[in-house]
Design a protein around this ligand. Structure first.
Ligand code: UDP
Length: 485
């Protein structure tokens, strides 16, 4: 009997299936969350679409980095795209959701039922941590009675706003009526900050309406996980926790990994440094090495932004006029109608001279932001970029492109005071751009740097032992372990 008792109380090792949405900005935080679970000793299967899987094997150090975790597997599933297709652009997101529903969903269900994803001696699945955009996976998980936790790669404010939409509609408060600069005070936790023009709506060419309705569904998940921390979004998080008690804020996840790794023996401290689906160009690091401290403006618009050619040229010449040094990430599809290979970027660089500017197609961004020569960051304000700049203590010049980026820019400039909102008005010319860059690099440098250093300290505190994100991650890990028991 005593023996039986021992057998039945032997814990089953927890096994989590990680399922990111197939975009760069989703892969980065998902890989960091995966590392956190592996470091805690959980078994993890990372399931990507075939295209992302093969690009990660080609361009990232994921395989090498995770080799030290015996309970880690990488698997792939089809979304119908060919391996040679480029990753989806911002205009293909609705199409991608359609492919995932029609092609991936049945294969995914079959893989779970047949046990294909728990191959190689892995224990049965305890739960799925899936991207909040992957409703299809939540539906399959529900059918098969596997708990589904939704990981949001956007900030908590955006998701809280999205979750509030149905109530706002019922109360007759949405759609919002007024001038675009009017403040909206009916969303708890966001009073005094949200303006009508910050609401991510009306961008149907980029499928924002569809994405919002998909995200609303994710409130039905068994838990909600955020890449944020309490000192950054405390007001919204407390409202969220009242309505959704299983809310975990564990970010910034890349900093959290660094913090937990520092407690590991030195030979086990290797972390994913390049979660890339594009080839990274490290030559910019030696260029940065030769630049004076805090002298360089780093310019990157993430993985999805597409600039109009006129916009790009105004920005480029604005930076030239500012007289500052700059490092620019020129993704091959960054500028509409401007082909990298048509020599124009090369000519532009030659005009300014390599001493003052440097262009790469894809940079090791976390490292660039952490480099002592980097003084500010022109960014589209994707949530990963915002968090990476906060952790590095680098002031931001916000140039939001779509979706929630305008809201993020508002937080960065008005609430956290770690940047300026350059694109708050239409029709920006090179003169205004040059003035804004100089404001951030000279006039307001001291104040912005001070706020940025404070925010960086708060981020570090959140992921350190006893910090809010540290505790939330432990709560999440305990919950998963208990479910496996
Ligand atoms: N990134 C990078 N190198 C680059 C540009 C971007 O590694 O040259 C990374 C960046 O560090 C961030 C991600 O790509 O982690 C972009 O995510 P974000 O949320 O900022 O924007 P999105 O691409 O989703 O618009």
């Amino acid at each position: 009997k005593e023996e039986d008792k021992n057998v039945s109380s032997t814990p089953t090792p927890p096994h989590v299936l990680i399922l990111p949405f197939p975009l760069q900005g989703h892969i980065v935080p998902f890989l960091k969350l995966t590392e956190l679970l592996c470091l805690a000793g959980l078994n993890v299967t990372l399931l990507n679409t075939e295209q992302i899987h093969s690009r990660l094997l080609q361009h990232s150090d994921v395989k090498a980095c995770f080799a030290r975790f015996p309970g880690f597997r990488m698997e792939a599933i089809s979304d119908g795209r060919s391996l040679s297709d480029p990753p989806p652009t911002v205009y293909q997101l609705e199409e991608e959701l359609g492919l995932l529903n029609s092609i991936t969903k049945p294969v995914f269900k079959e893989a779970l039922v047949s046990g294909r994803v728990v191959s190689g001696g892995m224990p049965p699945l305890t739960c799925i941590i899936g991207d909040a955009l992957l409703n299809f996976a939540m539906e399959v998980a529900n059918e098969l009675e596997i708990p589904f936790f939704a990981f949001h790669v956007l900030n908590a404010a955006t998701i809280w706003l999205v979750f509030s939409f149905p109530d706002l509609v019922d109360a007759g408060k949405f759609p919002f009526i007024g001038d675009e600069d009017d403040k909206i005070d009916c969303v708890k936790g966001l009073e005094g900050i949200l303006r009508i023009k910050d609401i991510p709506m009306g961008e149907e060419d980029k499928g924002v309406g569809t994405l919002v309705s998909v995200l609303i569904q994710s409130c039905k998940a068994d838990a909600v996980i955020f890449n944020t921390f309490d000192d950054l979004e405390g007001a919204v998080l407390s409202h969220m926790r009242l309505k959704y008690p299983n809310t975990y804020a564990v970010g910034p996840v890349h900093m959290h990994v660094r913090s937990r790794l520092s407690r590991e023996p030195s030979e086990r401290r290797q972390s994913v440094s390049s979660a890339n689906i594009w080839q990274e160009d490290r030559s910019c690091m030696s260029w940065l090495d030769s630049q004076p401290s805090k002298s360089v403006v780093y310019v990157s618009f993430g993985s999805l932004t597409i600039l109009k050619k006129d916009e790009f040229l105004e920005l480029w010449h604005g930076l030239v006029h500012s007289g500052k040094r700059f490092l620019w990430v020129m993704r091959p599809n960054l500028v509409e109608g401007l082909d990298w290979d048509d020599q124009q970027p090369t000519k532009l660089v030659e005009e300014v001279g390599e001493g003052r500017t440097y262009v790469v197609r894809w940079a090791p961004q976390e490292e660039v932001l952490g480099h002592p020569a980097t003084g500010s960051f022109v960014t589209q304000c994707g949530w990963n970029s915002v968090l990476e700049a906060i952790v590095a203590g680098v002031p931001m010049i916000c140039w939001p492109y779509w979706g929630e980026q305008s809201l993020n820019s508002r937080f960065v400039s008005e609430l956290y005071k770690v940047g300026v909102f350059m694109k708050d008005n239409d029709g920006l010319d090179r003169g205004t751009i040059a003035t804004t860059v100089n404001e951030v690099m000279e006039l307001r440098k001291g104040g912005l740097m001070e706020s940025a250093a404070k925010m960086a300290t708060l981020a570090k505190k959140a992921v350190g032992e006893g910090g809010s994100s540290y505790n939330d991650l432990d709560r999440l890990l305990d919950r998963i372990r208990l479910m496996a028991f």
